[in-house]
Design a protein around this ligand. Structure first.
Ligand code: NAD
Length: 389
């Protein structure tokens, strides 16, 4: 069968993973048909472009004037996804877009309509959804192995300093040039654990659970950030399952978690739990009858399984598992949080540290507060964080 031709849109940030995968590994099923990138030194940074004679453009429209692609892979800033996805679908390409799929539910509905009209798929790059262990766990959840879901929670925070926020014109921003961005740890770097909980609670393999309410507490440690950099979120699915999530970029440690706990009436699935010999970074189900089962033995697949799944669906038909609908509950949660006010932490609650050529703003007691919040399923104000005074 012919190779799947791929248009890569945005290769400088996360998109580097895709160009490297396709040029440095022996991927026999696909070929890069073109690249869209606006950074001036793309050809110097990626010698493979010249070596392989890959045509380089600034916009998808310029590419499609003289070329075609079976699949477009979009790794551009969040607020550009919507228009680029539409352009690619209308020019006959299937799409794998990085998360979030777009920035409003109205846009997501329009994407669904254009997806149906063009007969091309849009898959979204929440990589946990493509992982073999997560998929096996979801199958088990759907066939009732753990009984009824009761409450889900996760904690994942990653330290980010000035360099992260300065790398582009949209990091930490609410709006850019008239477009909503809503960049935050919840919408971007630490989006996965929350989205994955909605995915696992979905009523079929390719659906995420719809949410009926979303509330939380939002904080800003780093005053250079326009949006929030710390969030505690409490959502509830339409079926009434509460989902708690805690995330931040303003912590002393490099990272906290990911840890998660999915409580069902027949048992609990843990990730990152310490059973006595250090945290186990696998999903482990502990049933009420005392039996245990680890999903660690199930192959996860490739690191960029989402790319290989998209290539396979172009070749064989079908739709990759992370559909537009799978991205919508997370998108709705991001947009619900916009309604909440962001509390700026006072200076005495913070410390500033220069390290490894970067400068970090950190909340002094974040680790303690988040660990307590996670244990007790409460908000920072309820855990006595003292962040609002
Ligand atoms: N799945 C993951 O784990 C993961 C991790 C990081 C980022 N992401 C996602 O990847 C996307 C990009 O994030 P990033 O951190 O790489 O952003 P970035 O700003 O660091 O990089 C974006 C790249 O797109 C290019 N670009 C900008 N405008 C463009 C345009 N109009 N046409 C073509 N290229 C353009 C930039 O030059 C740059 O190379 C976001 O949606 C983000 O959420 C996903």
């Amino acid at each position: 069968m012919e190779k799947v031709s791929i248009l890569l849109i945005g290769i400088g940030g996360y998109g580097t993973n895709y160009i490297k995968e396709l040029t440095e590994k022996n991927v026999t099923s696909a070929v890069i048909a073109g690249i869209c990138e606006v950074m001036p030194d793309a050809e110097e940074k990626f010698p493979a472009i010249k070596e392989r004679g890959i045509p380089l453009f600034e916009t998808p429209e310029e590419f499609y004037e003289g070329h075609r692609a079976d699949l477009a892979v979009i790794s551009t800033p969040i607020h550009l996804h919507f228009n680029q996805i539409i352009a690619c679908l209308r020019h006959g390409s299937h799409v794998l877009t990085e998360k979030p799929v777009c920035t409003s539910v109205e846009e997501a509905k329009e994407l669904l309509a254009v997806e149906a009209e063009t007969g091309r798929f849009v898959s979204v790059g929440y990589q946990l959804n493509y992982s073999g262990d997560v998929l096996a766990m979801k199958r088990d959840i759907l066939r009732g192995r753990f009984g009824r879901p009761v409450a889900f929670k996760a904690l994942h925070a990653m330290s980010r300093g000035e360099n992260y926020y300065k790398r582009n014109n949209w990091a930490g921003k609410i709006r850019v040039g008239g477009y909503m961005v809503n960049d935050s740890p919840f919408n971007n770097a630490c989006a996965h654990q929350f989205q994955n909980m909605t995915f696992l609670l979905g009523d079929s393999m390719d659906r995420a659970a719809q949410l009926s309410e979303v509330t939380g507490e939002l904080y800003r440690a780093n005053s250079q950030v326009e949006n929030y950099d710390t969030a505690a979120v409490c959502a509830r699915t339409k079926e009434g399952v509460p989902i708690y999530y805690y995330t931040s970029h303003a912590l002393k440690a490099k990272k906290l978690g990911p840890v998660s706990e999915f409580l069902f009436d027949k048992g609990t699935i843990y990730y990152g739990k310490d059973f006595g010999q250090g945290p186990v970074m696998e999903y482990v189900a502990v049933m009420k009858d005392g039996s245990q089962y680890s999903y660690g033995q199930i192959p996860k697949g490739e690191r960029l399984q989402k790319l290989y799944d998209a290539i396979e669906c172009v070749r064989a038909g079908g739709h990759p598992v992370c559909t537009i609908q799978c991205a919508v509950p997370h998108l709705e949660a991001v947009n619900s949080l916009v309604q909440l006010s962001v509390v700026q932490l006072q200076e005495e609650k913070l410390e500033y540290v220069s390290e490894d050529g970067d400068r970090f703003c950190r909340i002094l007691n974040l680790e303690d507060v988040f660990n307590r919040c996670y244990e007790e399923q409460v908000m920072p104000s309820e855990a006595g964080a003292g962040w609002d005074s």
